[in-house]
Design a protein around this ligand. Structure first.
Ligand code: NAD
Length: 311
């Protein structure tokens, strides 16, 4: 990745990366690092996911002892714990760097950091904001938690992955920031989807309504990147059959993580709770594999068979 950071700094200490999780985000992130000239081995339990990254292997096939740096980009805390406990902690050589970019709960992040530190490994949590597009171009925002020395070791790769790196503090603080950030995104998503459902029900031209919002106070990342109306934003998931993007099941998971954090901190977040309930019910009913903006299709009241426009 020309221009952003010096590969020399990285090559002096570590060159071989094992990248766990080649899903919607992991595959473009791993490809971006490989295109930047780094030696990346893709690792995934799913053969379909392995087909997204040249030379990818299963965890059992990977030569993990040869890796200097491990990146995990997995769905949930239990997946990261599984990858760490079954494969990574036992195989990594002393001094290796572990970066967890998955979005997981703060407690799991802290306990995995403690387990890694006990083995002489340098571990940071670095969940990301930005979709697959940003993942493939090094344009993510990373929220980082970890000891200063560990973050310094991870920094060259963090900078390769992201346009904006914010180190919040101790291990787990990246996940804390991510929970709050995604709660804002989830509530905003509900607002955008409801706003368009009402605009459609009121007979507005939705392309015109989109242009109005994009240039007015209702503007947001969700509006511009996840507009739920097919054809209005050509690159948005809605224009591609709601292919993710950010799967509804992951949005539901992130909102539940924010609720867990809200309960632990005894700071109520009622709008976040409602968004968590709505996306969780939708993901449970549909499998939640389409982009979260597909919730629009459930939200929008369809004309009934009497010919009335509203139910
Ligand atoms: P995904 O479900 O598309 O991909 C996850 C991959 O991990 C799958 O290919 C799965 O087979 C693999 N996997 C699961 N357990 C594994 C294990 N033990 N070892 C190796 N591979 C394993 O998920 P995604 O959309 O890429 O998201 C990954 C993480 O990033 C999630 O925590 C998500 O919340 C977060 N995130 C996603 C987005 C987005 O837009 N998709 C944006 C920001 C953050």
């Amino acid at each position: 990745m020309p221009g952003r950071w010096s590969a020399t700094e990285f090559e002096e200490s570590m060159t071989r990366i094992a990248f766990f999780g080649l899903g919607a985000m992991g595959a473009p992130m791993a490809s971006h690092l490989a295109a930047s000239g780094l030696d990346v081995t893709g690792v995934d339990v799913d053969p379909d996911a392995r087909s997204r990254f040249s030379g990818a292997v299963s965890p059992a096939e990977a030569e993990l002892g040869a890796a200097d740096l491990f990146i995990t980009m997995l769905p949930e805390g239990e997946n990261v714990r599984d990858a760490y406990e079954r494969w990574i902690l036992g195989a990594a050589h002393a001094g290796a760097v572990l970066i967890d970019c998955s979005t997981i709960d703060v407690e799991t992040a802290r306990s995995l950091n403690a387990a890694a530190s006990k083995r002489g490994l340098n571990q940071v949590d670095a969940p990301v904001s930005g979709g697959p597009e940003a993942a493939g171009s090094g344009g993510l925002s990373l929220m980082v938690g970890g000891r200063d020395a560990d973050v310094a070791l991870a920094r060259p790769v963090l900078v390769a992955l992201g346009a904006k790196i914010t180190h919040f503090g101790a291990p787990g603080s990246g996940q804390a920031a991510k929970a709050c950030h995604n709660m804002i995104c989830g509530i905003t998503a509900m607002a955008v989807l409801e706003g368009f459902a009402l605009a459609e029900a009121l007979g507005l031209d939705l392309a015109q309504f989109y242009q109005l919002c994009a240039g007015a106070a209702a503007q947001s990342w969700t509006l511009e990147n996840r507009c739920p109306i097919p054809g209005v934003v050509p690159e948005a998931p809605a224009s591609k059959g709601y292919a993710p993007g950010f799967a509804a099941r992951l949005m539901a998971k992130d909102l539940r993580l924010a609720q867990a954090a809200s309960e632990a901190a005894r700071q109520p977040a009622p709008f976040g709770a409602e968004a968590a309930r709505a996306f969780s019910a939708f993901a449970e009913a549909t499998g939640g594999n389409l982009d979260f903006s597909s919730y629009y299709t459930r939200l929008r009241v369809q004309p009934d068979d009497t010919g009335n426009d509203r139910q």
